[in-house]
Each structure stands twice: as structure tokens, then as C-alpha cells.
Design a protein around this ligand. Structure first.
Ligand code: BGC
Length: 409
């Protein structure tokens, strides 16, 4: 019997570092919400310009998501994540220091590229390096970490929001450097994915890593499973044109449809524009609007936890019905309050925040986590990789479309 060197603390470190990947993703998407009111004030931004600043990151993410499949085929995953963390750090500094709007948009494209790549590679790395017993929990906690990242960005925006200092927004972006550095340093010490090693002519090295992270009783079983998966992967469909053939057309429609619905319900009009919406609703000053936005972030995190608990009990279909119905009612109420805002007096802005919170609750228990879960579980292994990359690409594309039209509409 080979010597076992199962290392429990390594597993804890892996969980912590992997979580930082999700946190960064959430932080960098959420941070713009608090910066926007300040940017709007000092630069007198038109709605078009505000939308460009928000959307630039999403276009970067589209480019990142498009290239990540190819990148992971060629380069070591660990290296890709290390380089991505550097892009996160550089992007955050450039965004904070941007002297012009054009450069801010470019820095956000750079940040977006890092997000697009990490939204694909980090969960994949987590899935492959986690011990069997906690793999499911680790993967679903990635979505939770995204929502926590969004919440952290709201808190940090609130802390730096200073009505007397129109340049507060710079610090909001700079903060993104810290989680990027943690991810960078952490990844240097983490091992390469055992499956990547085994599938790329480094079988012995891969098995060595597996012995460190996997429970000793499950090592042999894991080696067999990975071998079988690598074998199956050789038959996987990797050619995009294949997707348009009749036998895969439905898979394609479902993956794209799931993401279309997830984004077209308008979740990110709240995640990115909540302070802007609350200012329109009558909140006085950016700081007050950003403070109200924190409640959005808190409900988002808590409801995601609720979803993780009930998802397997209630079932996906029912959860979709519950979520969509609740969101439709909350949005109708929100529209009503805005329509009659002149007649509803002082209390109106709290009713608006209230209906936004109900909307967030219903999104975060259903469409949020379900979107990503569905595209990872309803397709046969043969096409799963391809469908997942199409899914994440469509997610960013639809997200960009909504973000670019919301204020105009
Ligand atoms: C969506 C993101 C959204 C986030 C909010 C995710 O599932 O894909 O676009 O910002 O949920 O928590």
C-alpha cells in the first residue's frame, strides 16, 4: 500500500482560496453601483455614458468567457488563475487611478476579462481539487461567495462614500486589489488540478496531489473515476458547429434560454444600479442611497443560503415557478409605486426599497443559483463542457444588453 499523506489543513486552505475567487468576481461586478452616483456628479455623465461604464466590464467578461475554454486546454489551470488574479489587481488600480472616462472604461474591460476567465476556471478548479465528500458544497458555495463579494463591495462603497469628496469612487475601486493579492499568493501554494495533470501526461504527479487532498479511503476510487472521465472526454463534442445539428439543437436552446430568462428579469439593473434607482426614488444623497443598497446585498446573501438548503427538497421546476411568480408581483408593485410616487408621500421610498428586497429574495432563491446549476447538470457529459461555455457566454451577453439599455428605457 502506498504511503498516504492526506492533508486536512490543505483542504481548508483550498476552500478559503477558492472562495476568494468567487468573492472577487462578486466584488468587481458590484463595486460600480456605489461609484456611479459620484462619477455622475463630478463628470456630469449622460445616461449613455453611465451605461457604457457599467457595460464595459460585461463586454470584457464576454471576451474572457470566449477565450477561457481554449486557455484551459493549453495552459496549466493554476497558472491561468494566478495570471487572472494579477489582471484583477492591475485592473483595480487602473480603474481607481483613471484620469479619463475612456481609460476607466478600458480598465473595466480588463477587469471584465479577468471575471470572464475566472467565472469558468475557478469553479472548475474547485470541482477538481476538492475532496469527493465536500465537492458539491464547495461548488455551490461559489455562487454564495459571489453574492458575499457583491455585499462586501456595497459595504466598502458605503465606507468610502464621502459627499464632501467627489473622488471617493477611486478608493472604491482600489479596494479590489486586496482580495486579488490574497488569491495570487494563495494560488502559488496550491497544487495543480489532479485531473488536469492526469489528463496531460503527468499521471504520477496528479495521483500524488490526489493523495494529499482526497480522503485516504477514496483515493483509489477517485483515480478510477478520473481515468474514466478522461477517457470519456476524448469523445466529448468540442466543435461549436456541432451544436447546430438537430440532436443538440434543443440543448442549445435550453442553455441559452435559461440564461436569457436569468438576465432579462433584470436582476443586474438592481445589482449595478440600486443606488441610482434609490436616488430617483427620493433618497437624499449618494451615501443614503448606498446605505439602502446594503440591504439588497444582505437579502441576496441570506436568500442564497435559503436556496442552498431547499433546492433539493423543493425541486428545480417548482422553485422556478415560485421565484418567477414572486418576482413578477414585486416588479408590478415597484412599477406601481414609481408611477404614483408623487401621491404616496414620504413613505414611498421605503415601499420602493421594500419591493426591491422582495424581488431580490425571489431571484436569489431561484433563478440566481438555478441558472448555473441547471446548465451544469441537465446535459450529457459528452456536451456538458461546450454547453456550459455557451451558457456562460450567453449570460454575459444578455447581462450586457440589459445593462446597456436600462437607464435609457
Ligand atoms: C447572476 C449574476 C447576478 C448575481 C446576483 C448570478 O446568478 O448570473 O448576473 O449579478 O446572480 O447575485
Amino acid at each position: 500500500m502506498t504511503e498516504q499523506k492526506y492533508n486536512k489543513s490543505l483542504v481548508v486552505v483550498i476552500a478559503a482560496i477558492a472562495s476568494t475567487g468567487g468573492l472577487l468576481f462578486g466584488f468587481d461586478t458590484g463595486v460600480i453601483s456605489g461609484a456611479l452616483p459620484f462619477l455622475e456628479r463630478i463628470c456630469n455623465l449622460t445616461t449613455d455614458q453611465q451605461e457604457i461604464i457599467v457595460t464595459s466590464l460585461l463586454l470584457g467578461a464576454v471576451a474572457g468567457a470566449m477565450s477561457s475554454g481554449r486557455l484551459t486546454d493549453i495552459f496549466w489551470w493554476k497558472k491561468i488563475i494566478i495570471i487572472t488574479s494579477l489582471i484583477f489587481a492591475v485592473g483595480s488600480i487602473l480603474a481607481g487611478a483613471s484620469p479619463t472616462l475612456g481609460l476607466l472604461a478600458i480598465s473595466r474591460i480588463i477587469l471584465g476579462i479577468a471575471i470572464g476567465i475566472s467565472s469558468f476556471t475557478v469553479p472548475m478548479y474547485i470541482a477538481e481539487i476538492s475532496p469527493t465528500k465536500i465537492r458539491g458544497a464547495m461548488v455551490s458555495s461559489f455562487q454564495l461567495m459571489i453574492t458575499i463579494g457583491i455585499l462586501v463591495s456595497y459595504f466598502s462603497d458605503q465606507a468610502f462614500a464621502n459627499e464632501a469628496n467627489p473622488f471617493s469612487w477611486r478608493w472604491m475601486f482600489y479596494v479590489g486589489v486586496f482580495p486579488a493579492i490574497i488569491l495570487f499568493i494563495g494560488m502559488i501554494f496550491l497544487p495543480e488540478s489532479p485531473r488536469w495533470l492526469m489528463g496531460n501526461n503527468r499521471r504520477e504527479k496528479g495521483i500524488k496531489v490526489l493523495r494529499k487532498v482526497e480522503h485516504p479511503d477514496l483515493v483509489e476510487e477517485s483515480i478510477k473515476r478520473i481515468d474514466a472521465e478522461i477517457e470519456k472526454e476524448k469523445q466529448a463534442v468540442t466543435n461549436w458547429t456541432e451544436l447546430f445539428k438537430p440532436w443538440l439543437r434543443n440543448a442549445l436552446i435550453i442553455a441559452v434560454g435559461i440564461m436569457l430568462v436569468q438576465q432579462f428579469v433584470g436582476i443586474n439593473t438592481i445589482i449595478y444600479y440600486a443606488p441610482t434607482v434609490f436616488l430617483i426614488a427620493g433618497f437624499e444623497g449618494a451615501k443614503a442611497a448606498i446605505t439602502a443598497t446594503i440591504s439588497v446585498g444582505v437579502i441576496n446573501v441570506l436568500s442564497t443560503v435559503v436556496s442552498m438548503v431547499v433546492i433539493d427538497k423543493i425541486g428545480r421546476r417548482k422553485l422556478y415557478f415560485i421565484g418567477l411568480t414572486g418576482m413578477a408581483i414585486a416588479l408590478a408593485a415597484l412599477g406601481f409605486f414609481f408611477l404614483f410616487r408623487d401621491n404616496l408621500g414620504e413613505g414611498m421610498r421605503f415601499m420602493i426599497v421594500g419591493s426591491v428586497l422582495v424581488y431580490i429574495f425571489f431571484f436569489a432563491i431561484s433563478l440566481g443559483p438555478l441558472g448555473w446549476l441547471m446548465i451544469s447538470e441537465v446535459f450529457p457529459l459528452k456536451v456538458r463542457g461546450l454547453v456550459m461555455s455557451i451558457g456562460s457566454l450567453s449570460n454575459w451577453l444578455f447581462n450586457a444588453l440589459v445593462a446597456f439599455t436600462f437607464l435609457k428605457i
